[in-house]
Design a protein around this ligand. Structure first.
Ligand code: HEC
Ligand SMILES: [Cu+2]
Length: 320
């Protein structure tokens, strides 16, 4: 069984203290429940002292004030434990606030209904690029994530790599994440943000530094020109006429910003924020009727013949 969203184990220093805290507080809560249950059962089965003779039979047995010891002992145990939990929580919050070293890489992540725009910032303007839903980071180093939203409140959450951080319109929240081992980590919008909230997933792939650089250079280069193959060229013209108002493909006039950047769509493994695999059949079905895949989606159905759609699909698959 794979549990990509389980926070019971973690894979990086921004998440590890939270995982320990979750296990610790979870363990204490279970222990408290068990102790209370045992005390309750014991209280039910215990024989009470006989009521004083000659009374109505409803008077409390035992001397006045008997049983107060339970209150004192109970408070004496629970107050220090709760106080210790609070202090532990505050320490953990302090620990995950900032990474141990200054991040070299900053991602500007914009949460949209219902996908993630990811911009790789760089001091050199020509080295800034944008992608969607699939984030690559170099393994073993902290990455700063600057979060904003143009529509509603979302929440950025990669359970294995970091705690949740809300993405709030009008506010810029900053968090960080770091992967200790290479791998593909699943993320999910963790704040109900409308119809397709559940299908607002993303992936963080932690690459070796060399693989990360190769990927980054690939994203920075414009995709191969469309002229090579006639079907791809036809698809490119259709795309320019019907899709470019919402989507960007670098190196072409397509510069729309309503939908995800498609410059290197073919390098992504999934479509529509982790909803479907990125293969010919699913890409075709998506363009034919996006709302059938993701009801309520903000991409319209663009009228096209099956032959035209095949050309557009061929073009999109050439965007490596
Ligand atoms: C009105 C704006 C708009 C138009 C026009 C539009 N799209 Fe989209 N497109 C979107 C939005 C918004 C999404 C994000 C959907 C989601 O995941 O919730 C999207 C997503 C996609 C995706 C998935 C990208 C990914 O990485 O997940 C593909 C592929 C795509 N569109 C192709 C096309 C093609 C091809 C056309 C033209 C036939 C087109 N779009 C027309 C707005 C548009
Ligand atoms: Cu969301």
């Amino acid at each position: 069984m794979t549990t990509p969203l389980s926070y019971l184990s973690s894979a990086g220093p921004a998440a590890a203290p939270l995982t320990q805290l979750a296990w610790g507080l979870g363990g204490i809560s279970v222990a408290v429940s068990v102790i209370v249950a045992i005390a309750l059962v014991w209280g039910i089965w215990r024989r009470r002292p006989a009521p004083p003779a000659g009374g109505s039979g409803l008077e409390a047995g035992g001397p006045p004030g008997a049983g107060m010891a339970w209150i004192y002992v109970g408070l004496g145990i629970s107050v220090p434990v709760l106080a210790a939990c609070t202090v532990w929580t505050l320490f953990v919050l302090g620990e995950v606030m900032h990474p141990a070293s200054k991040p070299h890489l900053t991602l500007q992540v914009t949460a949209h209904q219902w996908w993630w725009e990811v911009r790789y910032l760089d001091p050199v303007a020509g080295r800034v690029f944008t992608t969607a839903n699939e984030i690559h980071i170099p393994v073993g180093e902290p990455v700063r994530v600057v979060l904003s939203s143009p529509d509603v409140i979302h929440s950025f959450w990669v359970p294995k790599l970091a705690g949740k951080m809300d993405v709030i319109p009008g506010i810029t929240n900053v968090t960080w994440m770091q992967a200790a081992t290479p791998g593909r980590y699943r993320g999910q919008c963790a704040e109900f943000c409308g119809l397709q909230h559940a299908r607002m997933a993303f992936f963080v792939t932690a690459d070796s530094p060399a693989a990360f650089n190769t990927w980054r250079e690939g994203q920075l280069a414009p995709p191969p020109p469309a002229s090579a193959n006639p079907e791809v060229a036809q698809g490119s013209a259709l795309f320019a006429a019907r899709c470019a108002s919402c989507h960007t493909v670098s190196g072409t006039p397509a510069g729309g910003i309503v939908g995800p950047e498609l410059s290197h769509l073919a390098s992504r493994e999934t479509l529509a924020a982790g909803t479907i695999p990125n293969d010919t059949q699913h890409l075709n079905a998506w363009i034919a009727d996006p709302a059938a895949v993701k009801p309520g989606v903000l991409m319209p159905k663009v009228p096209m013949t099956a032959a035209e759609r095949a050309q557009v699909v061929a073009y999109l698959q050439s965007l490596t």
